[in-house]
Structures are given as C-alpha cells and as structure tokens.
Ligand binder design. Structure first.
Ligand code: FES
Ligand SMILES: [Fe+2]
Length: 352
C-alpha cells in the first residue's frame, strides 16, 4: 500500500536535530538528512549527493551546511550546492531536493509530498499540549517493525488495555462500557465514559499522589480518542473521584493526560512511533522522566503485540479477519486513509 505523501509527519524530536551532526531518517520510503542551518532552523534534504550519490548523512556539518564525505561538495539548508572543491563555478543543477520542515508542538515535522501543497496550518492543533505552558510533557520514540497503520488501529481500540496492559491500565470496566464513534471526511472521534468503578493501577496511583485520594477511591474515567490522517492520534484520558463531575465537563477534581501520538512510516513494514504524555498533574520537572519511562514500558507491550501481528499477517497476506463492535473507530480511520491514497493515485494518473 502506498503512503499518503502530501501530509505532515513527525521526523524527529528537536533535540535530535543539531548543527553539529547530520541525522539520517527515512520517511515514507524517502531517505532524508536532517540538520540545522546557520539560523538554527531545522531543514531536511534528500539523503543523496547529486554528484555520485553518496548519502549526505555520512558527511559532516560546517557552519549550517552539510559537506559530502566523498568529494567534498557542500550544500546549504535549501539544498543548493555552495562549494565544489577546486572549481570556482557551480552549475545551477548542482542541488539536492529539499523538503518542507516545520518545528511545532514540540516536534519537527516534514512534508514528503509536493512542496507547494505544504501548509503548516494543517499540522493538527490537538498536539499543542506537547509544549504548552498549561501542561508538562515528556515522551520518546519507539521503532516498530510493522506497518504504521497497525499502531493507529491499536490506539483507536483501547479495549486492548485490559489484555495487553493488564498490569497497568487494564480494568474490566473498560471492556464493559461501549464506545461511541463519530467521524467526518478527515477525522474520527471515539469516546468511552466509565462511571464509578475501581480505578486501574496507573490512574489510582496518579490520583493518590497528585490529589491525596484515599486508597479505596472510586473513579469516573474518560477516554476520548481524536484521530486525523494519516496516523495522528491524541487521546484525552483521565480520572476524577466518582460523582465530582469528571464525565460532565468539570475535570477540576481529577487528573488529566493527553497521550499524543504520531506514527511515521519508514517503509511499508517499519515505522517511527513518536509519543508523549502531557499531564496537568504531578508537574514537577523531576517527574518528567518517570512518566516517560512508565509510558515507554506500556508501549513496549504494544510494540511486541503489533510486531507479532505483522509476522502472522506476512504469512498469509490478505487472509480474512472478523470485525467486532470495538473496531468501529479504526475501520473508519482506515477508510479515510484508503480514500486519500485513492485520490493521490488519481492525481498522479492525471499528471501523467
Ligand atoms: S558524491 Fe558527494 S561530492 Fe562526490
Ligand atoms: Fe496500548
């Protein structure tokens, strides 16, 4: 299945891209090299020297430009060759492709498609808590050997918490309460409200530590999943002591998280899973790492599961599966992706 090329994808965390070392990263099958130019802005170029095809990421940085490690051609952040050793004239064709880049919501986004169609306003606003003063956020990257949509499927159906994450987020109440699914041309929203129950271990600890709740506290819990294509998912999650209004819009007595996820395809069967947990409780900076570690541990369980699924799928590609009620969210999301890929194919054919 081809990728949706005209879309923003997270390529890296800002801390990964520097003016000192070029970073190689493949996005939607396109090998790129990322670095910071002299102004400190992140840039992305095709990872291929236009002279004899050496990957530019094997070279090194010089004052905001990258020097090819083979014969020393030097390129600026726009992809233009600015130096050919031993030769004063630089032909205009001496340039490499550059990709649109935007640093926003605590991530570096790239657009692998047609540059003229890249509009930074299309980066989903739902990721704002990743670097917003009202939230504390920490996260990481998980490299996963599966098609990127398997992770999107996983996040759109949280009944898996009760099985894959049975020691952390799992709770029978999750399975017992049905979801509601809504959607439009380019969005899906899946909601599950779970009133008055004994909280899952992660949430019980959060409520006790942040709000001094008693050990036998009962909770109202909410899970609202917001999906935007290709694989952008923001999960509003949290709990409040039962009956304090958490399910009716007053979450002030509770603890809230925003689980922010962008899954960026590398190849058809590998992807970069960028995730963060933004929280409005226990906001001490020294809590950032413990929360990131906890979430990383939980996502390891997902990684193991979806990689195992990919192995079985590869054994018999296209073999039929059955659907159940809980699949409503990701079935809608997959339809959106299919439609966008088909539209892209039509545009490509029309251009031929
Ligand atoms: S291959 Fe890059 S300078 Fe020759
Ligand atoms: Fe999970």
């Amino acid at each position: 299945m081809p990728f949706i090329m005209d879309a923003w994808y997270v390529a890296a965390w800002p801390r990964e891209v520097s003016g000192e070392t070029p970073l190689a990263r493949t996005i939607c099958g396109e090998p790129m090299v990322l670095f910071r130019d002299e102004a400190g802005d992140a840039v992305a170029l095709e990872d291929r020297c236009c002279h004899r095809e050496m990957p530019l990421s094997k070279g090194w940085m010089e004052q905001g430009t990258v020097r090819c490690g083979y014969h020393g051609l030097r390129f600026d952040g726009t992809g233009k060759c600015v130096e050919i050793p031993g030769q004063p004239n630089i032909p205009p064709r001496a340039r490499v492709r550059s990709y649109p880049v935007v640093e926003q919501h605590g991530w570096i986004w790239v657009w692998p498609g047609v540059a003229e169609r890249a509009d930074p306003a299309d980066i989903p606003e739902m990721f704002a808590p990743n670097d917003h003063p009202d939230w504390s956020s920490s996260g990481g990257t998980t490299y996963v050997r599966c098609n990127y949509l398997l992770i999107s499927d996983n996040l759109l159906d949280l009944t898996h918490e009760n099985y894959i994450h049975r020691t952390s987020l799992g709770n029978q109440a999750v399975v017992e309460h049905p979801i509601t699914v809504e959607g439009g041309d380019d969005w899906v929203k899946v909601q599950r409200l779970i009133p008055d129950h004994e909280p899952a271990p992660f949430w019980k600890a959060a409520l006790m530590n942040a709000k001094g709740a008693a050990d036998d506290v009962r909770c109202d819990r909410w899970q609202v999943i917001h999906y935007r294509p290709p694989a952008n998912l923001a999960l509003e999650v949290g709990v409040a002591p039962a009956g304090t209004g958490g399910l009716d819009g007053d979450r002030s007595q509770g603890v809230e998280g925003r689980n922010l996820n962008v899954i960026t395809p590398e190849t058809e069967k590998t992807c970069w899973y960028f995730w963060a947990l933004a929280r409005n409780f226990s906001r001490e900076p020294e809590m950032d790492q413990p929360f990131a570690d906890r979430v990383a541990q939980i996502f390891e369980e997902d990684r193991a599961a979806v990689e195992a699924v990919q192995v079985v799928m590869d054994r018999n590609p296209g073999r039929p599966v059955i659907d159940i009620n809980a699949d409503g969210g990701h079935i809608r999301a997959r339809r959106i992706v299919d439609r966008l890929v088909a539209a892209q194919d039509r545009t490509a054919q029309a251009a031929e």
